[in-house]
Ligand binder design. Sequence first.
Ligand code: S3P
Length: 450
Amino acid sequence: MSGHGTPIPMMSSPCGPLSGVAEVPGDKSISHRALILGALTVGETRITGLLEGEDVLDTARAMRAFGAEVTDHGGGAWSVHGVGVGGFREPGQVIDCGNSGTGVRLIMGAMATSPIVATFTGDASLNARPMARVTDPLALFGARAVGRSGGRLPMTVTGAADPLPVRYAVPVPSAQVKSAVLLAGLNAPGQTVVIEREATRDHTERMLAGFGAQVTTEETDEGRVITLTGQPELAPQTIAVPRDPSSAAFAVCAALIVPGSEVLVPAIGLNPTRAGLFTTLREMGADLTFENEHVEGGEPVADLRARYSPGMKGIEVPPHRAASMIDEYPILSVVAANADGVTLMRGVGELRIKESDRIEAMSEGLRACGVGIEAGEDWWAVTGCGAGAVPGGALCASRLDHRIAMSLLVLGMAARAEVSIDDGGPVATSFPLFEPLMAGLGARIERTDA
Ligand code: S3P
């Protein structure tokens, strides 16, 4: 649970070359899914490399509340004794998903086709985010949801006693909505079909297939048509969670902008539905190489090597790439601030309803640090200052958003003067060891309340 603690002010100062190996934590999206699908499977699912960030720990607690036995064996090794599809029991307490939109939306889907009632809440950030995008399709299965105005948490969901299968075209590019519908479809008879116009991360589909569900994906004129056959018997799995490309992005981008740096980030998940940032960085002229490419547990993986890249150029990032790098725009804006020319990001309206309004949060921080920004409802333009030429020297707000906090700290590493944030606490939701890991590479991040 984040956002409840005392703020942790931090300052990141300009630093010398970053060098070494950055072992970033497990993938957040895959970690949530491993716990939830493990909980829906009879028998023991073993997980290694689980992200032990607050978001995922909240999901682990939630799965216990729904009746699964979830055990932490230490060092990222966890096991889940699940209750089977349709086997969730009614929780005896409110489910607090902390800061995690993925956690709450996927869990709502997973319980929506069982005859139980659950009440969900979160921190101030999560309680401000829209849930109707999930509860609307869940209503088609027969579930009912009552929340605050605007479809906000806290919210009580009554699962369908006699769920119907659903055919649903997702109106916004959202893996969370797609996944909620698929997880609900698990306990509906017949075939549940989800159609998405643009490909979003496909970890749910891959993992459902791994657990033995019948799930197919077809590329059609309508888009990707995903068909799940309901009421399968899932078989317990052994899951090795790959390291998170969205967390790797911070070490990679820091190396690209801090003079003289060379950093190796090993064994990063490079599922094509997640790898858009790396394509974009290469188009900008980043010295970024993939080594040791292989497949692990059904997901493509590689070691990333990033070297200082002065002379990167601003580019136009096309809207069709947005879903594959949706969480990476804040850190891309930091690289763009250190490039020459304008980086124009189009089709990024979804950024406005993440843990914060990320366009507004980063624009405010970058402007305060002397960077030229223009933005509209679904576009965002950063005028680069050139390599190492961002003035910095400002105190910025992280707005309960881990990716804003980490992006601003990376900004300070390559600016002319330090960058401070009012609260680094949210970093623990996805990357609890960010500070020591970056310090090990040579970054200078201090807690300024100490
Ligand atoms: C996620 C999907 C994305 C992303 C989030 C994680 C997931 O949200 O921003 O951090 O694990 O499914 P969308 O629902 O917008 O795709």
